[in-house]
Write a protein that binds this ligand. Structure first.
Ligand code: HEM
Length: 449
């Protein structure tokens, strides 16, 4: 991206100087070119721009207005702890509204966002995860036990099968039988909408509203809605509702601040939000963990030894290091509702501030040898709140962070216990963008033994 070498005109970076009103510099290329590069090589673009323009710069992306990328932890702290009335995250997720609905925690801001988040938090509390361990382990063991040995095998789609099954059982609370199969098929059809270019192209071309008129879109959404409505109705009447551990049952019992229960539509919107937010992300993180481990056989051996000895410290550190070095999501977005002073600039209302997860995680001042896969770095020192941000931060921090890490622990433990694993090729897999996640290009291709 040579064009970035000649950055656009001032304002220049202030570094302790007077506050500059306006946006930091950005690449000179026009919006269309910047968008094209971003959509294919986002992480590379971030690195190039930081090298040439410093820790704060502006990208211009189609439909997104101005993105002020920030990568300094002190600035990121300001963003994550900033007033939610000023730093809007839901606004940037409107593309998901036709799919996830008006009540989705992802598309809301301010009071309504906090209201929904309050209802969703209790089932995702860290300590609650232990209750899901047995279900997660059984699902992982069944799936991993069916994988072929001795020939190249791509793990990412199989990890997706595991994470989907885990969500159906722990979040929807549906176990076995024809009901589970119908729901699984319908949810797969629904999830395809988020990755299939047939749906993404019209969504980007004419905006999310028109997508509703596509018969194939409606059919898939209607089918999911029908099954979820039946499940909610049945669950509301279940005699063991109070004893049930699944998220759906807990949402039925949850109460708004005024004491009212969640409506069927609210519950539907949040169930699908959890599915979309939690399924592909966790599967991709699992695929990256394997991709990294097989290229470091000595670390894989250490992990196996410790898992077999019943220790979890190295496994936890491995997951943390995977999410540092290969964050599934490269950025998070906050749109400003009023001017904000940040990093020496007074940024205008309407611009977005964009903490770059990828850049913070590759900063050599925070992580010596940032390109190396070194789980050991997290053994003595736990990850920092504003320097390790694969799950974003503040009032928008990923609701499923504890769930995802726990799930990864259970699945990886099961995998290394059961299989020897080696890479198909020696060279590391590069990343490619699948919808919003950064995925291993060959889907974590390995040979199992
Ligand atoms: C490794 C797996 C995962 C990664 C890397 C990940 C990452 C993220 C990120 C970066 C955000 C945005 C945070 C921000 O804007 O500051 C987010 C939000 C969210 N995630 Fe996750 N996530 C993962 C798994 C999950 C799971 C398993 C669930 C639920 C089952 C989940 C549910 C959510 C929800 C509901 C939000 C929206 C929170 C809000 O807006 O208040 N995620 N996630």
């Amino acid at each position: 991206m040579e064009a970035t070498a000649k950055a656009a005109a001032p304002p220049t970076a202030p570094e302790g100087g007077p506050i500059v009103r306006g946006l930091p510099r950005g690449p000179r290329m026009n919006r269309a070119v910047q968008t094209a590069i971003w959509s294919r090589r986002a992480q590379w673009m971030l690195e190039q721009c930081r090298a040439r323009l410093g820790p704060m710069f502006t990208l211009r992306i189609a439909y997104e207005g101005e993105w002020v990328i920030v990568s300094d932890p002190a600035v990121i702290k300001q963003v994550f702890t900033g007033d939610p009335k000023v730093f809007h995250a839901g606004e940037g997720n409107q593309i998901l509204r036709p799919l996830l609905g008006e009540n989705s925690v992802l598309v809301l801001d301010e009071k309504r966002h906090i209201g929904q988040r309050r209802l969703l938090l209790p089932p995702f509390h860290g300590e609650r995860m232990q209750g899901y361990e047995e279900q997660m382990r059984t699902i992982a063991a069944r799936e991993i036990g069916s994988w072929p040995t001795g020939s190249p095998y791509r793990l990412r789609p199989r990890m997706q099968a595991i994470t989907l099954e885990i969500i159906i059982e722990t979040v929807f609370g549906v176990h076995g039988g024809a009901r589970l199969e119908q729901l699984r098929d319908a949810l797969r059809g629904f999830l395809d909408i988020t990755t299939d270019p047939r749906f993404l192209a019209p969504m980007l071309a004419v905006g999310p509203e028109r997508i509703r008129s596509l018969p194939a879109f409606r059919r898939r959404v209607d089918r999911v809605d029908e099954l979820i409505a039946a499940e909610i109705a049945e669950r509301r009447a279940a005699e063991d509702l109070e004893q049930r551990e699944d998220v759906l049952s807990m949402l039925i019992l949850a109460r708004h601040e005024d004491g009212s229960p969640m409506s069927d539509v609210e519950i539907r919107d949040e169930l699908l939000t959890l599915l979309v937010a939690g399924h592909e992300t966790t599967a991709t993180a699992l695929a990256w963990a394997v991709e990294r481990l097989v290229r470091h056989p000595e670390k894989l051996e250490r992990l196996r030894d410790e898992v077999l000895a019943g220790e979890d410290a190295y496994l936890t550190a491995t997951i943390q290091e995977t999410l540092r070095l290969r964050p599934v999501i490269s950025i998070v977005i906050r749109r400003l509702t009023e001017p904000v002073e940040l990093g020496g600039y007074e940024l205008p209302a309407g611009a977005s501030v964009v903490p770059a997860i990828h850049l913070v995680h590759r900063d050599p001042r925070i992580y010596p040898e940032p390109e190396s896969f070194l789980p050991e770095r997290f053994l003595d020192e736990p990850p920092g709140t504003y320097t390790w941000i694969p799950f974003g931060g503040g009032v928008r921090r990923c609701l499923g962070a504890a769930f995802a890490q726990f799930e990864m622990t259970v699945v990886l433990r099961e995998l290394v216990r059961r299989h020897q694993i080696r890479p198909v090729r020696r060279a590391p897999e590069r990343n490619y963008r699948r919808a919003i996640t950064e995925t291993p290009r060959r889907d974590a291709e390995v040979v199992l033994g």
